[in-house]
Design a protein around this ligand. Structure first.
Ligand code: FAD
Length: 323
C-alpha cells in the first residue's frame, strides 16, 4: 500500500459540505486499516474558518487564494495533482457532487491513474482498496480492486454517514504554496432556485407526474388532486425538460431527494435516476398503465390504469369524503 490518501474538502458559502465529512469518516477508516496518513486539502478564500471540525484528518493542507472562492474543477484538479506529486501520493477520494464531479476526470488525465466514479462503498481489505460503484445508472454494481494505491474514487453523496467524519478538534495544518493558472473558464454566479415556489423536499405529500401525463394541460389533473389532498406537484425529468413545470419540482438524481409521507407517482416508469430521489418516501403509490413498469417494484401500492380515467375519480372521492 502507498503512504497516504488525499481527500478534497468541498465547501460552499463558508460551510464545509456534508459530503466532505462523509469522505473524512470513510477515509479515516481506510487510513487506520492500511496504516496510511490521511491528508485533507482545503482550498479557497478565508480557509481558516473552515478548519474547526476537520480533526479526523492527520493533516489538513491549506491553499488560500482569492481566486479560489468558487474554484473551477481544473483549478482544484491542478491543486490535488500538485499536492499528490509533492507527497508522493496517488490515492484520492472526492465527492460525486455537482461541485466536485468535474475534478476527477482532469486529475485522472494529469496523474495517469484510473477514475472510479459513482462509488457507493469503499474499504481496505487484504492489501487492496476495494470500491463498489454503480454502472448503467445503478442497474449494475461492480467491485473495483486497486492494489497499487493509485486511483481517484468519486463518492456518491449519502453513501456514508457524516458523523464519523466530524470531530471537535482542530486539525494539524500545513500551508501549501500554489498559484492558480489563468483559466479560460470563469465562475460568474450561483443561480439560486426560485424561493417563492414550493420546496418539494419539505412537503409531506407529493403528487408526482411523469411523461405519462401526456401534456402540459393534463398537469391540472395533478393540481386538482393536490387541492383536495394537500402537498405539492412534483415531476420526473422529462416533464421538467419540456418546460411544463419549473426545475425546482424535479425529483431524482439531477433533481431533489424527497422523503414525503406519501409519494403518488402518476405515469412515471421508475427509472433508476428517478427512484434514487424518492425511494425513501414512507408510502409510495404508483398509477401506471403498463403492468410491467419498474415503478411497481418500489411502490407499496400500485394501480394499473390510465391517469385520465382514474385521477379525476380519485379527486372526487377524496373531495366527497372530506365533505
Ligand atoms: C445522468 C442522468 C440523470 C437523470 N436525472 C433524472 C432525475 O433527476 N429525475 C428523473 O426523473 N429522471 C432523470 N433522468 C432520466 C431518467 O433516466 C428517465 O428517463 C426518466 O426518469 C423517465 O421519466 P418518466 O418515468 O416520466 O418517463 P418514461 O420513462 O417515458 O415513463 C412514462 C411512463 O408513463 C406511463 N404512461 C404513459 N401514458 C400513461 C397514461 N395515460 N396513464 C398511466 N400511465 C401512463 C408509461 O407506461 C411509462 O411507464 C436522468 C437520466 C440521466 C442519464
Amino acid at each position: 500500500m502507498g503512504n497516504g490518501i488525499i481527500i478534497y474538502i468541498e465547501h460552499l458559502r463558508g460551510i464545509v459540505s456534508d459530503i466532505s465529512f462523509e469522505i473524512l469518516g470513510a477515509a479515516r477508516k481506510i487510513a487506520d486499516d492500511a496504516k496510511m496518513t490521511l491528508y485533507a486539502v482545503v482550498a479557497g478564500k478565508k480557509v481558516d474558518a473552515l478548519l474547526p471540525g476537520l480533526g479526523k484528518a492527520d493533516k489538513v493542507i491549506t491553499i488560500e487564494d482569492d481566486s479560489l472562492e468558487m474554484p473551477t474543477p481544473r483549478a482544484i484538479a491542478d491543486i490535488l495533482n500538485a499536492v499528490g506529486s509533492a507527497k508522493g501520493i496517488s490515492l484520492y477520494m472526492i465527492g460525486g457532487t455537482n461541485i466536485s464531479s468535474g475534478i476527477g476526470v482532469i486529475l485522472s488525465v494529469k496523474q495517469k491513474i484510473p477514475l472510479i466514479n459513482l462509488c457507493k462503498n469503499i474499504r481496505y481489505d487484504d492489501g487492496a482498496i476495494i470500491a463498489t460503484n454503480q454502472l448503467f445508472g445503478g442497474k449494475i454494481l461492480s467491485e473495483v480492486k486497486i492494489e497499487d494505491s493509485k486511483g481517484i474514487f468519486c463518492i456518491n453523496p449519502g453513501s456514508f454517514k457524516s458523523e464519523p467524519g466530524k470531530s471537535g478538534t482542530f486539525p494539524q495544518t500545513e500551508t501549501f504554496e500554489f498559484k492558480s493558472k489563468e483559466s479560460k473558464l470563469k465562475f460568474i454566479k450561483i443561480i439560486e432556485p426560485d424561493l417563492s415556489d414550493v420546496d418539494i423536499s419539505k412537503e409531506e405529500i407529493l403528487v408526482s407526474v411523469g411523461r405519462g401525463i401526456g401534456s402540459q394541460d393534463n398537469i391540472s389533473l395533478a393540481e386538482d388532486l393536490v387541492a383536495v389532498l394537500g402537498g405539492a406537484v412534483s415531476a420526473s425529468r422529462p416533464v421538467i425538460d419540456q418546460g411544463w413545470l419549473p426545475l425546482n419540482r424535479q425529483v431524482g438524481k439531477s433533481g431533489m431527494i424527497v422523503k414525503p409521507k406519501l409519494y403518488l407517482a402518476l405515469g412515471i416508469s421508475g427509472a433508476p435516476e428517478h427512484v434514487e430521489g424518492m425511494k425513501d418516501s414512507s408510502l409510495i403509490v404508483a398509477i401506471n398503465k403498463d403492468p410491467a413498469a419498474p415503478i411497481f417494484n418500489f411502490a407499496h401500492y400500485g394501480l394499473c390504469a390510465e391517469i385520465e380515467d382514474i385521477v379525476p375519480v380519485l379527486t372526487d372521492c377524496i373531495r366527497n369524503k372530506k365533505g
